[in-house]
Design a protein around this ligand. Structure first.
Ligand SMILES: Cc1cc2nc3c(=O)[nH]c(=O)nc-3n(C[C@H](O)[C@H](O)[C@H](O)COP(=O)(O)OP(=O)(O)OC[C@H]3O[C@@H](n4cnc5c(N)ncnc54)[C@H](O)[C@@H]3O)c2cc1C
Length: 459
């Protein structure tokens, strides 16, 4: 089958830092590039912004401005939700809710979404993911609440809390279940990325100025309220994240922002048959080599699909993917010094990301905060007790089978919210750690975005 002349040579899927860098780099190398994203504006999660917002309060905004200028050579398809990608004789067909894009090569840069850990009361209105609170603020200028508790683990809690303070919310406390002191175990990678420390120190300064309490080894273990959250129970944790007896106290609030890291968005790589593995943070990540090639020929990967590591790493991986995709697709030789520099940066930034994950692991003790009635799957209203019973009484030994027997992950979100927790609960009930196969079983979605029957019939 011949390749249609008007089709893209390279389709870049996702217009966050990774996809933007990949698209601009490949187009500069002479490839005909189409960039596809579900959002109204390019920038992804890191540069999410309101219409007309020109960078006030955003980090590294000049880089977005430079990349947007580079898009003059790229066919940009914003507001195109991709629901499926398939291999064809001549390359790939990308199915979106606004039609198809054909290409010889694809670069998947679809980023990540919030990793969620359930607790009693987490389904109350007013309990948000930390990413959701940040997205409301950055993308819509909306403050999620007036008196907010920020909880979970990882450095992302800091920009979320600082953003809320700057938007005049009262932050009742930041409760970090881990301990940032863990970074001290990797002094070299921390020193090599001093800019990140400075960024973190800036957020802490904002919190200190407003006297926001910041507590480590402490978590929100339950939320209470009638029509919405009115208070949370905060408790000290031991090393495995079990509650220290007698440490519980109540904090009044109208909103909770909870963040336990991110999970790579892998529907499209899994549809394409790309290999996955367990990443440094215990999430499922797609396997990419030094050229950002996936294990499926013609597929490149960039950014958080290869493991959560922040925007700087996504930019570097995007550029590497763009250079190598342009080489294999249109024969544009990359500059060797540039490739060597990018590989050095990738190594240093990945080492820093691994240090971050080692300092902020999600410990299994969160499962001891749950009642048997705590909902795991909100869409299908499946409780912890039902998930455990599918293992104990019905003989399931993996999360996929539990999904088929008890329906967690069968609803609208297709397991994006409950997949991680279900995999962990099932593994614990079977007396083992969650594996890559467990997580792949709850991450595979043949249809990546909600689509109409009309789109399905046309596709
Ligand atoms: C909700 C959320 C908020 C975040 N906020 C911040 C922050 O404020 N500061 C910070 O340092 N880091 C933040 N992060 C971390 C952030 O993911 C990275 O720092 C960085 O943006 C990763 O870049 P990326 O290009 O790999 O992915 P992203 O920036 O996530 O870009 C991926 C892009 O792919 C698009 N996409 C995904 N699937 C599809 C599909 N099926 N069809 C069409 N388009 C699709 C998305 O719309 C998005 O634009 C946030 C993460 C999340 C999940």
């Amino acid at each position: 089958m011949s390749f249609p002349a008007e089709a893209a040579e390279i389709a870049v899927l996702g217009a966050g830092p990774a996809g933007l860098a990949a698209a601009v780099t490949a187009a500069s190398a002479g490839a005909r590039v189409t960039l596809v994203d579900a959002g109204a504006r390019v920038g992804g999660q890191f540069w999410r912004h309101c219409e007309g917002d020109e960078g006030v309060g955003h980090h590294d905004w000049p880089t977005l401005v430079r990349l947007r200028t580079g898009l003059s050579r790229v066919d940009v398809r914003a507001r195109h939700a991709i629901w499926h990608v398939e291999r064809t004789d001549s390359g790939f067909t990308v199915h979106t809710d606004r039609g198809e894009v054909s290409s010889r090569t694809v670069i998947v840069a679809t980023g990540a979404y919030d990793r969620q850990v359930p607790f009693p009361g987490w389904t109350l209105p007013g309990v948000y993911t930390a990413g959701g609170v940040q997205a409301l603020l950055k993308g819509h200028g909306v403050r999620a609440g007036s008196r907010v508790v920020v909880a979970g683990t990882g450095p992302f809690l800091l920009p979320v809390a600082a953003g809320l303070v700057e938007a005049s919310a009262e932050v009742a406390g930041v409760f970090e279940a881990g301990s940032p002191a863990g970074f001290a175990r990797s002094p070299l990678s921390v020193l090599a990325n001093a800019g990140k420390l400075a960024e973190g120190a800036g957020y802490l300064k904002t919190l200190l100025r407003q006297r926001v309490p910041y507590r480590t080894r402490t978590a929100v273990v339950a939320a209470q309220g009638t029509d919405g959250v009115e208070s949370v129970t905060v408790a000290s944790l031991d090393r495995q994240w079990r509650i220290v007896a007698g440490s519980e106290r109540t904090v009044a609030c109208d909103t909770v922002a909870v963040g336990y890291g991110f999970t790579p968005q892998l529907e499209l790589p899994l549809q394409l048959g790309c290999e996955t593995r367990l990443g440094a943070d215990g999430s499922l990540v797609a396997v990419a080599d030094d050229q950002q090639r996936a294990t499926t020929p013609g597929v490149y990967l960039a950014g958080e699909v290869c493991g959560v590591g922040g925007s700087a790493l996504s930019l570097v991986e995007g550029e590497l993917a763009g250079l190598h995709a342009a080489l294999t697709t249109v024969g544009a030789e990359p500059n060797r010094d540039t490739v060597a520099r990018l590989l050095r940066q990738r190594k240093s930034l990945r080492a820093f990301a691994n240090a971050m994950h080692a300092a902020h692991p999600v410990r299994p003790g969160w499962q001891t905060w749950l009642d048997t009635g705590t909902q795991v799957c909100r869409c299908e209203e499946v409780s912890v007790g039902t998930v455990r019973s599918a293992v104990k009484d019905l003989g399931a030994t993996d999360a996929r089978t539990v999904k088929l027997l008890a329906r967690p992950g069968m609803g609208l979100c297709q397991g994006r919210v409950c997949g991680y927790a279900t995999a962990c609960l099932v593994a614990a009930e079977c007396g083992r750690e969650p594996t890559a196969a467990d997580l792949a079983g709850v991450a595979a979605r043949p249809i990546a975005q909600p689509v109409t029957l009309g789109d399905l019939a046309r596709g």
